[in-house]
Design a protein around this ligand. Structure first.
Ligand SMILES: C[S@@+](CC[C@H](N)C(=O)[O-])C[C@H]1O[C@@H](n2cnc3c(N)ncnc32)[C@H](O)[C@@H]1O
Length: 257
């Protein structure tokens, strides 16, 4: 599948994050899934796969309030400077050095108690291989937590419109692909929904910011007016207000006989 460079759309993604309740709803959903997980554990090894600038995990770790002495963090993010920002931002939640996936220190700790990948797997080059690799790194009693939007999500519907205009299928994975792939593994899966609102002052530039975040480089090739008008049904006074939802997956390994 296509790759997507979040370095060049950093400010557009930040605009989305600051005008959506998505992160707040996702944090609440993960925190529900992790209630009591820290109790009695002296070590919690957490991998944040596709951490971006760490802003999401900052909010999650605030909510979880796990002891700094127990938490060991490992990050993976293809945009190098974002991973550096994330490491700085998250360092106050752990007494231990923040590790990077692929470092020697990471290999010394082969499994993680929690693997988080929040709205990342759309952009995997090979979803099956990525999920296999993540499951290999999940501790037998660990939890893998994923969020992904599916075909019923309003933004994925925008992808469909835009890529239809280019006469091509959506070049990214969606929640349904993750569900299908996980079904072929020997794992327990609990799915739930996370509802959120995207609301921003209506202007052509703001509509364009959301489109740049969604389409990245592809946007240059898509007829501008046809995509911009896709926001019209969501006009509320002088704002755009989109109510939609994502899927959450809690994945645990089945005990080996
Ligand atoms: C929508 S952002 C989510 C960032 C962060 N997890 C959050 O919740 O704010 C998607 C992130 O996935 C990263 N990403 C893109 N392709 C990736 C890949 N193949 N493997 C891991 N991460 C990837 C991007 O650089 C970006 O930081």
């Amino acid at each position: 599948m296509a790759t997507k460079d979040f370095g060049v759309i950093e400010t557009d993604y930040a605009f989305f994050m600051s005008h959506a309740t998505e992160a707040k709803s996702d944090v609440e959903e993960y925190a529900r899934k992790l209630v009591g997980f820290g109790n009695g554990r002296s070590d919690i090894h957490l991998l944040d796969f596709g951490c971006g600038t760490g802003e999401f995990s900052r909010q999650l770790l605030d909510a979880l309030a796990w002891p700094k002495a127990s938490l060991y963090l490992t990050l993976f993010e293809p945009v190098d400077h974002q991973q550096e920002i994330a490491a700085k931002r998250l360092s106050c939640y752990s007494d231990h050095a923040i590790a990077s996936l692929g470092e020697a220190s990471y290999d010394q700790r082969p499994t993680f108690d929690v693997i988080l990948s929040n709205h990342v797997l759309y952009y995997a080059e090979n979803l099956g291989q990525t999920i296999d690799q993540l499951l290999e790194r999940l501790h037998p009693e660990g939890k893998m937590l994923l969020a992904m939007a599916g075909h019923e999500n309003a933004l994925i519907k925008l992808w469909k419109v835009g890529f239809d205009l280019l006469n091509q299928p959506i070049p990214y994975y969606v929640a349904e692909d993750v569900a299908e792939n996980l079904a072929s593994h020997d794992v327990r899966i609990e799915m739930s929904l996370s509802h959120y609102q995207l609301r921003f002052p209506d202007s052509e530039e703001n509509r364009w910011k959301i489109l740049r975040f969604l389409f990245g480089d592809y946007l240059r090739k898509i007829p501008r007016e046809e995509l911009l008008q896709e926001f019209d049904p969501y006009v509320e006074d002088d704002h755009i207000a989109i109510n939609t939802f994502s899927e959450h997956f809690l994945v645990e390994l089945n005990a080996k006989a």
